[in-house]
Design a protein. Structure first.
Lengths: 104, 109
């Protein structure tokens, strides 16, 4: 069986960020039907959602790599690591990026 | 005019600009709606630009800020962030500080 996008995201962030903590959650179900509805309105707000999930993810990651980086640059780092996934299928990636010193 | 110049004119011509899917009155994406809600909470005046009505802007804005997603918030010409960042900054009080530092009037002090 091919590696799922969930597992790819997990693997790439683990390799790229050596995280102290990492969670990846598929939240596609929360958006089910919403792509179709918007597409029907002719506005193209969304890529089609085919009901197979793996289009919307939420990532929480704690990594020392974020030390000294702005919020924007932390997310850019994650987006860069997941560029292939974002291009191929994932069209929404929300995230919380913290450095170890910020986790209380 | 190039798309880059169009975007530059927009973000430098209005103190607070939100590139979004839909309009402030009718957001068409939950992430855009969340930022609209935050801005509404602060009571700041802003211009919402609906990228769904303009493919050139929709694609151009991603290169302009090197940021792959929409919404995108700009204050005084500077890119602030997308939905997660705006929400985090609102929760931490950083957004209020940013508006104050940039001289953007807010409803609640």
């Amino acid at each position: 069986m091919a590696e799922t996008y969930h597992d790819r995201i997990l693997r790439k962030l683990t390799e790229g960020l050596a995280p102290a903590a990492l969670s990846v959650r598929d939240e596609s179900h929360k958006h089910a039907g919403h792509g179709d509805r918007v597409a029907a309105a002719g506005k193209g707000a969304h890529a089609p959602v085919d009901g197979q999930g793996e289009t919307h993810f939420h990532v929480e990651v704690v990594s020392a790599r974020f030390d000294g980086l702005s919020r924007v640059n932390r997310q850019r780092l994650v987006n860069d690591l997941l560029a292939d996934e974002l291009r191929e299928r994932v069209h929404a990636l929300s995230m919380r990026c913290q450095s170890p010193s910020e986790v209380g | 005019m190039s798309v880059e110049d169009r975007i530059k004119n927009e973000v430098e011509g209005t103190p607070v600009v939100l590139f979004m899917k839909g309009t402030p009155m009718f957001p068409q994406c939950g992430f855009s709606a969340a930022v609209v809600q935050v801005l509404g909470h602060f009571g700041v005046e802003y211009k919402g630009i609906n990228v769904l009505e303009d493919d050139e802007i929709r694609n151009g804005i991603k290169d302009y800020s090197n940021w792959p997603t929409i919404p995108q918030l700009y204050v005084k010409g500077e890119f602030v962030g997308g939905c997660d960042i705006v929400r985090e900054m609102a929760a931490d009080g950083e957004l209020a500080t940013l508006f104050k530092d940039k001289g953007v009037p807010v409803k609640a002090a």
